[in-house]
Design a protein around this ligand. Structure first.
Ligand SMILES: *Cc1c(COP(=O)(O)O)cnc(C)c1O
Length: 423
């Protein structure tokens, strides 16, 4: 059986069907679909988004200020319509999740409450390689509190010769340093290696020592089946333009665990939209901020409707499939990709993503022994979109909503030809 036949058979046999027809697939110049493996960077556009954004433009044009209460989807409670579906997506309870701002902004707003260095407890434990924006944000928080970046950044590196961290090493580091830790902040899925961390185990270690645990879910939300509530994570933030397919710069998401919902002692950078809606407009009488219970209490401004509109179409697709089913399809697809790449041999590149399917999401990162940049460009020339991360890594993300097994087979054939292997 050829690789293509095998791919078609895997597609037919997969009980979780592709939602490809609900997305716009970028086209090659000569016609035909591109093979798009970059959904971990910018997800494809759900077809229904066009109509949803247009509806908001029409309602603004026709209703102006009355749209706050009389638009087809009224703007005043707009963010509330994602309470349930947003919570389902990350394994949270309704009220623990809100869509607002953008990712790095949300990290800052949440750290304003959860990074409270005091006495000897000033340090932040994070994972390497760290995404640049997260490094800047962590360093800025430390400086904001007059800390010392060299002392307070505790960045955990993989062991010599390894690419990924071990859960036991992260836990051991928390045990070792807990008396100095003011916060632990990790990725849910590491952007570079594609490694998914064991959040439950890390969360338990943090809770045992009363260290707040925050997670950057940029590469995890919409990718793996998270259980933020049960895992006991304190707070989390993510963007919606990667696996959540809501378009460039889309509105991000934030999670705050229920146990903090009504804690009015938590300091926060407040604004009117985080105030209890029943008194939000009593601006003359009510000068004291009354936080809305739950994650919504961290909102600052009223929601950007045009930017939020794509969430409806996107979350509806996730609800239709269910994140757990999607994750099963994703494991099978990523497994097939790994198998195809491994079959080409290790002479030209090696996989740095963990082999255990529970320790990774929909991404395989390969370390290229020649020029990774050139490889990315020659793949692109054949209509295959991947991405290059310096110095020598190519990331391939088969996104289970719209990628197919056949695309994986076609990619592998081209990859094999590139290195002169017979495949
Ligand atoms: C994509 C990504 C970001 C991007 O931050 P924005 O504030 O949305 O621009 C930040 N952190 C990580 C880990 C990412 O993967």
């Amino acid at each position: 059986m050829t690789l293509l036949d095998r791919a078609r058979q895997l597609e037919d046999q997969d009980p979780v069907k592709t939602r490809r027809d609900q997305f716009h697939i970028p086209q090659r110049k000569d016609g035909g679909d591109m093979v798009y493996f970059c959904g971990n960077s910018l997800g494809l556009m759900p077809k229904a988004v066009f109509g949803d954004v247009q509806a908001e433009l029409e309602d603004w044009r026709d209703l102006a200020v009355d749209g706050h209460h009389h638009a087809r989807r009224p703007w005043y409670p707009y963010h509330e319509s994602f309470r349930e579906s947003g919570a389902r997506l990350v394994g949270a309870r309704p009220g623990e999740v809100v869509f607002m701002n953008t990712l790095t902004a949300n990290l800052h707003f949440l750290m304003a409450s959860f990074y409270r260095p005091e006495g000897r407890k000033t340090r932040i434990l994070s994972d390497a390689p760290t995404f640049p924006s997260d490094i800047y944000a962590l360093q800025a928080q430390i400086r904001w509190h007059d800390g010392d970046v060299n002392r307070d950044m505790l960045v955990l590196e993989p062991k010599e010769g390894r690419h990924c961290l071990e859960t036991q090493d992260i836990v051991a580091s928390i045990e070792e340093h807990h008396s100095e830790l003011a916060m632990v902040m990790l990725a849910g899925v590491n952007f570079f290696t594609g490694q998914a961390y064991d959040l439950a185990a890390i969360s338990a270690a943090c809770a045992a020592h009363d260290v707040p645990f925050g997670v950057d879910l940029a590469h995890a939300a919409g990718n793996i089946d998270l259980n933020l509530h049960d895992d006991g994570v304190d707070f989390a933030a993510w963007c919606s333009y990667k696996y959540i397919n809501c378009g460039p710069g889309a509105v991000g998401g934030a999670f705050v665990h229920e146990r903090h919902a009504t804690n009015e002692d938590l300091v926060r950078l407040a604004g009117w939209w985080g105030n209890d809606p029943s008194t939000r407009f009593q601006m003359d009488e009510m000068t004291d901020f009354v936080p809305h219970p739950g994650a919504e209490g961290w909102q600052v401004s009223n929601p950007p409707i045009l930017s939020m509109a794509p969430l409806h179409a996107s979350l509806a697709i996730f609800d239709e499939v269910g994140i757990s089913s999607l994750r099963e399809r994703s494991k099978r697809m990523t497994g097939f990709l790994e198998e195809c790449i491994s079959a080409i041999g290790e002479d030209h590149y090696s996989i740095i993503t963990p082999a255990d399917e529970n320790s990774r999401g929909a991404q395989i990162s390969i370390k290229v022994h020649g020029s990774a940049q050139e490889l990315r460009e020659s793949l692109q020339a054949t209509g295959i979109v991947t991405d290059f991360r310096p110095p020598d890594v190519i990331r391939i993300a088969p996104t289970p909503l719209y990628n197919t097994y056949e695309e994986i087979a076609r990619f592998s054939q081209v990859l094999g030809e590139q290195v002169g292997a017979t495949n």
